[in-house]
Design a protein around this ligand. Structure first.
Ligand code: HEC
Ligand code: HEC
Ligand code: HEC
Ligand code: HEC
Ligand code: HEC
Ligand code: HEC
Ligand code: HEC
Ligand code: HEC
Ligand code: HEC
Ligand code: HEC
Ligand code: HEC
Length: 356
């Protein structure tokens, strides 16, 4: 699996800071307070009064050097009650960009995370010191949950959750926090991202999850719904509607009542006539004369679900007709063949043929 490369700040152009690349630790700093010696004799240094700014393990370069590279005196004596003594050299992100020139260039991508666009770097970064690498306030996913609360709630309440969205580096496996040329701040092409992991069989709690990548590679027919992305049917994070991260209703067993509402997933893109019309010569090709065989198989209290016959991802038969269907422990062969103007199947029944 590919994970976005951490892009480090490269050669920063500092005239005032000579130790680019070095992160000083507090203990080290305290033995070198001479870097804060601009104050007149007898006057306290900034950090003597503002211990909090240097309290954490990793110091931001300029904080370790000179507070006034960012906080510029506005002339007022400091500290005075209710009097502001400083202004920022620059406001918002421009303050950061004044040194992190390459970062600014990097963030100029097609899609920019809203807080980054608004220059709210300090919503995620501590500018002074931090216990986390890159001065982030918290690690992902906790950092992301501070604004994307619904994700945190979902872990408890959703019908299905996608493990990588909540484990380990979670959000950062698939997203960049700043900007991307891919929609939704993805680290790479949406479909490829899924296939980075789903190019092998995954075993989860003794359950085997099929190798979708291999299946696509070995199929002559790919469902057009997944030409561009998997997320036309799956949610990448969690689903409040269905198991298997499906965005809409779809019955996952072999049987279901033949109601549109049970198949919202498919009928988002396909016409419901194939389910509802008992007789038709236009709504579907799966018919014997004008007898709609979709209707025949589906439209009952115990109707046969689509995946009894179709493989929703890809297949080697036309019309995504599956090679086999799981029936409990049995992988039942469908033995579908196309005939002139129709087809034949064995499996649930002896060879039965339809002709349009
Ligand atoms: C006065 C110059 C200066 C300003 C202003 C500044 N930084 Fe930095 N920053 C540095 C230096 C120097 C480093 C250490 C670079 C290195 O290790 O290569 C650094 C490192 C970092 C790092 C650690 C990752 C890295 O590239 O090593 C982050 C994150 C960071 N700064 C964020 C910010 C943010 C956010 C702002 C604005 C609120 C900001 N900086 C403003 C000079 C500055
Ligand atoms: C004698 C103690 C003392 C010293 C020395 C001191 N400060 Fe402060 N500073 C305070 C107090 C008190 C406040 C107001 C309460 C607060 O916000 O923490 C304050 C507030 C601030 C603020 C926020 C309000 C404002 O005025 O903009 C900044 C920024 C600041 N100090 C920066 C600095 C810098 C930079 C230095 C060193 C050049 C410095 N301080 C030196 C005590 C001090
Ligand atoms: C890289 C730029 C930068 C440097 C260097 C820097 N600060 Fe700040 N400081 C900021 C920014 C930006 C904020 C506003 C933080 C926010 O919005 O959360 C701030 C806020 C503050 C505040 C008010 C709020 C708070 O966090 O307590 C104080 C006080 C302060 N700084 C003191 C200092 C002192 C003392 C130093 C040197 C030890 C220092 N700063 C070095 C950028 C800097
Ligand atoms: C939504 C949260 C968030 C916001 C907002 C944000 N950052 Fe970051 N930033 C992160 C995280 C998380 C990382 C760590 C990335 C990693 O580990 O791959 C990071 C890393 C960095 C780094 C070091 C690595 C790199 O990607 O170059 C710099 C520099 C940086 N941020 C600067 C900024 C600046 C400047 C802003 C404001 C324009 C900003 N960030 C806004 C979350 C954020
Ligand atoms: C400071 C608040 C804040 C934090 C922290 C935050 N986000 Fe966001 N995020 C937003 C806002 C605001 C939007 C825009 C929402 C909208 O337009 O409806 C957004 C949108 C997004 C989007 C959709 C972008 C798009 O193009 O539609 C993604 C993906 C995202 N955030 C991921 C993350 C990740 C990953 C993290 C943690 C590293 C994170 N966010 C942390 C505020 C935040
Ligand atoms: C397995 C990859 C993956 C992981 C892990 C992941 N996302 Fe996403 N995320 C996506 C994809 C793909 C989309 C685009 C969905 C689409 O095409 O509609 C997306 C979209 C989003 C959006 C836009 C709105 C939406 O819901 O579609 C937000 C916000 C977001 N992600 C936040 C997060 C947060 C926060 C985390 C961590 C808790 C996270 N993501 C983890 C792949 C991922
Ligand atoms: C970092 C690896 C990784 C990435 C990237 C990834 N997955 Fe997964 N996926 C897993 C793992 C591990 C499981 C098994 C654990 C689970 O069910 O969440 C899984 C399970 C699933 C399941 C079955 C869920 C169930 O309950 O049966 C679906 C569907 C799925 N992923 C779709 C996607 C889609 C769509 C994408 C792209 C947006 C994607 N995955 C990206 C690792 C990944
Ligand atoms: C047309 C809708 C649709 C699209 C698009 C789609 N899926 Fe699925 N996916 C499903 C359905 C429906 C199931 C449940 C299948 C079943 O019960 O046989 C499923 C099941 C899965 C499973 C679980 C398999 C198992 O063995 O439990 C994974 C993993 C998965 N899909 C990954 C993907 C990936 C990766 C993509 C993109 C390459 C993708 N899906 C695109 C509808 C879709
Ligand atoms: C995001 C839209 C979308 C969703 C959701 C969707 N499909 Fe499709 N499906 C398509 C498109 C587009 C085609 C191609 C139609 C064409 O070429 O005329 C297609 C074709 C098919 C075909 C015929 C394949 C062929 O070779 O002509 C079958 C069978 C099929 N879909 C079944 C399903 C089933 C079952 C579901 C629900 C699990 C579903 N589809 C959900 C978009 C979708
Ligand atoms: C009993 C097996 C079976 C079931 C169950 C089934 N189909 Fe089909 N379906 C077929 C066959 C066979 C064809 C191919 C007809 C032809 O072209 O000869 C087909 C064709 C299609 C097509 C291509 C357009 C058309 O109608 O000819 C779509 C779309 C489709 N099915 C969707 C679905 C959906 C959605 C479901 C579930 C709601 C479903 N099918 C359930 C056997 C089935
Ligand atoms: C899940 C089991 C199942 C599968 C798979 C299945 N069928 Fe059927 N099929 C049935 C049942 C049950 C009936 C009888 C329905 C009734 O009469 O109520 C039937 C009836 C038929 C009939 C009508 C026979 C008649 O004249 O009454 C034809 C034709 C047919 N199936 C063709 C197919 C084709 C072609 C496929 C493969 C794409 C297929 N079937 C797959 C269960 C299945």
């Amino acid at each position: 699996m590919k994970i976005s490369k951490k892009q480090s700040v490269k050669k920063l152009n500092f005239n005032t800071l000579k130790f680019s690349g070095i992160i000083l630790f507090v203990c080290l700093l305290l033995t070198q307070v001479n870097v804060f010696s601009q104050t007149k004799k007898g006057e306290k240094t900034c950090i003597e009064c503002h211990k909090n700014t240097v309290k954490k393990d990793i110091l931001h370069g300029p904080t370790a050097t000179d507070c006034t590279v960012c906080h510029v005196s506005n002339g007022a004596k400091h500290p005075l009650e209710n009097v502001t003594g400083f202004k920022f050299l620059e406001e918002g992100a421009n303050l950061c960009y004044s040194c992190h020139e390459e970062t600014q260039a990097e963030f100029k991508k097609k899609y920019i995370h809203k807080p980054v666009k608004k220059g709210k770097c300090t919503e995620c970064h501590d500018v002074h010191s931090s216990n986390n690498k890159n001065f982030i306030l918290e690690q992902s996913p906790a950092l992301c949950f501070t604004c994307h609360e619904d994700f945190e709630k979902a872990e408890e309440t959703a019908i299905s959750i996608h493990k990588p969205s909540f484990d380990g580096k979670s959000c950062m496996i698939c997203h960049t926090p700043h900007a991307s040329n891919q929609k939704r701040l993805l680290v790479e092409n949406s479909k490829q991202l899924c296939l980075n992991c789903h190019n092998k069989t995954i075993t989860e709690n003794d359950r085997e999850i099929a190798n979708i990548g291999k299946q696509l590679d070995e199929s002559s027919h790919i469902h057009k719904a997944l030409k561009k992305r998997c997320t036309s049917c799956h949610n990448a994070h969690f689903s409040n509607k269905n198991k298997q991260l499906l965005k809409e209703t779809y019955p996952l067993g072999n049987y279901a009542k033949g109601l549109e509402d049970n198949y919202t997933l498919c009928f988002n893109c396909h016409d419901t006539d194939l389910l509802n019309l008992k007789n038709t010569t236009t709504a579907t090709e799966f018919r014997d004369g004008d007898r709609n065989l979709h209707f025949l198989h589906l439209n009952k209290d115990k109707g046969r679900t689509c995946t009894n016959c179709h493989d929703v991802h890809s297949a080697n038969n036309t019309k995504l007709i599956a090679k086999t269907r799981k029936f409990g422990r049995w992988s039942m062969p469908l033995k579908f063949s196309e005939n002139e103007n129709g087809g034949t199947c064995t499996g649930c029944h002896k060879a039965l043929t339809y002709k349009r």
